[in-house]
Ligand binder design. Structure first.
Ligand code: IVH
Length: 671
């Protein structure tokens, strides 16, 4: 806010904005701002109201719990208000939480229970004498909506309870309805195939499903629930939150398997750090951890403010969504001439990394999302997913923003660009396009290809721009004197680069095949080809059919490889590389038995004794294959430290998993 703006006006504007965002979030389930931005608005409003108490009104968003009741569902008055939670974002704020507890209950000792904070929808389930009678949304915290019929479609909600809670006359349990991440991706895939709009995230998908007017639609949406709190019931049954969780579980109500006791606040801090590090391995989206004082007696004595209980706090993970402005849309030229649009962004921090640009993938993607220069966009960076634009915030579009048009000329060489029919990508038509050559050379020198250290962007740009290199083979004719001449390359670096180039001659066939940049041939296909044919001459002489017979090489790859070797230009380059002394046979072709033939492996997490490349190499040598994702056909998933979601995929699909010791044993047995 500008320093001299009228506080009354600013307060009114903030309230208006917050109400609008509340409505979008709670009622329409399509938020337009990130949590952090919402919090910033709320923070500004609280501060202004603190400085101008005369301007505080009872209906200010700061005076109530956010949310609103939609019509059409029967309102439900919550017996105990469904409050929100106070937040901590740093370890020290967790320690301050404990300091507050100590001040409130001097002399008391505290222990805690920590749980994932699931990013779903809070609900309240009512059981009378063990029978499920009603389920309600949170609504505004005091009045929610009766969504019993929709909740009845969730299989994990028991209709009747077992002991010990079956006998409780009236039990209200709270928990979170959510859509498991995997199921969310499947649902979006189906919606996309059906040509229907997809959901931006699992939370929105779950919110939409829970508030369906037709429970049959809800039934087709894969929802799940975890319970974490009892608001009314016979508390005399148990004395701690932990025992309550055990009682819920024993009675048939699902609770989080990740809930854990923490004897002191430092154990809480450690739990929060661990959960944040592992958040992508959780089967649902979690936006933090919830920390609760374990003793129910202490909870009662601590009580609550108008907004939140004093005995609990939410530790928020670093935000993964943020909004920012598109400064420009530029087009990048890839090594095969594919033109990829990308958004240059107003730099914004997301989950600890500053994001300046994101790929927009292709023309259709830009059209579908209607991304324009000047637009405010919601971007997300989740786990191993590269940052992407979730959507445009249309309400913040500048009036003069115009739809983006794909350029019809290559931005690097100005040649005509075209988009072949049926393909998603525009291409530059000029095979001598310097931008393509630069990308190809960078790929040639990359770690998994010919592994030429020091052959970075600046060197490659100069080599191409000065006309010193026109193809891969030219690299091997460079001498130190030419390299010393390049900018930002001293005599020592020039010598190192010359050595690295010379050393790359003996990388072997599979790296060479990867380095050549044959369309559709990446590291894995290159390994399979090298294993089967052993020399480049044998591969060049093979027919498309022979190539396609390799397990793991599809017809499209086979066609692309055959076409590559049929091209006289490519043959010429290979001869020139051979003359330059580049080795064209595979050094590691196993001649012995192939005990792992037909077996496929997926590697996830870090192995202590082997790099991922070394593990893959050992599998390949024994005739096995390494693939990127788990399917029912996968033979083994090798699970190292900090595994990703692939470990869960294995369990879900019933695929055998191997820890490092078991994996090494299998390799040992098959040596
Ligand atoms: S405890 C009085 N535990 O977070 C009990 N809440 O920002 C207060 N949430 O409205 C809730 N996971 O919808 C609690 N393990 C968990 C939770 C959790 C998610 C949600 C809940 C609540 C919101 C507060």
């Amino acid at each position: 806010m500008s320093a001299n703006a009228d506080p009354a006006q600013r307060i009114a504007a903030l309230r208006e904005q917050i109400r609008r965002h509340d409505h979008l979030y709670y009622v329409e389930a399509r938020p337009e701002v990130s949590d952090a931005e919402y919090d910033a608005l709320m923070h500004e409003l609280r501060e202004l109201e603190a400085r101008h108490p005369e301007l505080v009104t009872p209906d200010s968003p700061t005076r109530r719990v956010a949310g609103q009741v939609a019509e059409a569902f029967v309102p439900v008055q919550h017996k105990v208000a469904m409050l929100s939670l106070d937040n901590a974002t740093t370890d020290d704020q967790l320690r301050e939480f404990e300091a507050r507890l100590r001040r409130a209950l001097p002399g008391a000792a505290f222990d805690y229970v920590c749980e994932p904070k699931i990013d779903g929808l809070g609900v309240a389930l009512l059981y009378q004498e063990g029978r499920f009678v009603r389920g309600a949304t949170r609504g505004d915290g005091r009045v929610g909506e009766d969504i019993t019929r929709n909740l009845l479609t969730i299989r994990s909600i028991p209709r009747t309870l077992g002991a010990p809670l079956a006998a409780v006359r009236e039990l209200e349990v709270r928990g979170e309805v959510f859509m498991p991440r995997q199921k969310f991706h499947e649902l979006n895939r189906q919606l996309e195939e059906a040509g229907e709009p997809t959901f931006a995230n699992p939370r929105n998908a779950a919110a939409g499903a829970v508030r369906q007017k037709d429970p049959q639609v809800t039934a087709r949406r894969p929802l799940d629930i975890l319970l974490y709190h009892v608001s009314t019931g016979d508390e005399a049954l148990v004395t701690t939150h932990w025992e309550m969780l055990e009682a819920l579980r024993a009675s048939g109500l699902p609770t989080s398997p990740r809930a854990a006791r923490a004897p002191d606040i430092e154990a809480v801090v450690a739990y929060c750090a661990r959960l944040e590090a592992e958040r992508d391995a959780l089967p649902y989206e979690a936006d933090g951890a919830v920390v609760k004082v374990n003793s129910l007696e202490q909870q009662r004595r601590l009580g609550a403010t108008a907004h939140h209980p004093r005995w609990a706090i939410a530790f928020k993970f670093a935000a993964r969504q943020a909004t920012t402005v598109v400064r420009a849309i530029t087009v990048n030229v890839g090594k095969t001439g594919v033109l990829t649009p990308g958004a240059q962004l107003e730099p914004v921090e997301l989950a600890g990394v500053v994001i300046r640009n994101v790929s927009l993938h292709n023309e259709d993607e830009v059209r579908r999302k209607d991304i324009r220069v000047g637009d405010t966009v919601l971007i997300e960076r989740a786990g191993d997913v590269i940052p992407y634009v979730v959507k445009v915030i249309e309400s913040r579009r500048p009036p003069d923003a115009v739809p983006w048009e794909f350029p019809t000329r290559c931005p690097a060489c100005q040649s005509v660009a075209f988009r072949p029919q049926g393909e998603a990508y525009w291409r530059c038509t000029n095979s001598a396009c310097p931008a393509q050559l630069k990308e190809r050379l960078l790929h040639w020198g990359s770690r998994r290809a010919m592994d030429i250290e020091h052959l970075g962007e600046s060197v490659v740009n100069q080599l191409v721009d000065r006309g010193l290199v026109h193809d891969f083979a030219d690299l091997y004719a460079l001498d130190v004197a030419q390299l010393v001449d390049l900018e930002r390359l001293g005599p020592k670096s020039a010598r190192n680069l010359a050595d690295a180039i010379a050393g790359s001659r003996t990388r072997g066939l599979s790296r060479l095949l990867n380095a050549l940049g044959i369309r559709l041939v990446g590291e894995r296909a290159a390994q399979l080809l090298a294993l089967r044919f052993g020399t480049i001459d044998a591969l060049a002489a093979a027919t498309e059919e022979e190539i396609g017979e390799i397990h793991g090489i599809g017809p499209q790859i086979a066609q692309s490889v055959a076409r590559f070797f049929a091209e006289p230009e490519n043959r010429k380059i290979i001869e020139r590389l051979r003359d330059a002394g580049v080795v064209m046979v595979e050094a590691t072709v196993p001649s012995g038995p192939r005990p792992l033939a037909g077996k496929t492996f997926v590697l996830t997490g870090t192995l202590v004794t082997l790099s991922r490349d070394a593990a893959a190499e050992l599998i390949h040598r024994r005739g096995g294959q390494v693939v990127g994702s788990v399917s029912k056909k996968t033979s083994y998933v090798v699970v190292g430290d900090n595994p990703g979601s692939k470990a869960e995929d294995a369990t879900r699909l019933g695929v055998a998993t191997l820890d490092e010791a078991a994996f090494l044993k299998l390799l040992g047995q098959t040596e």
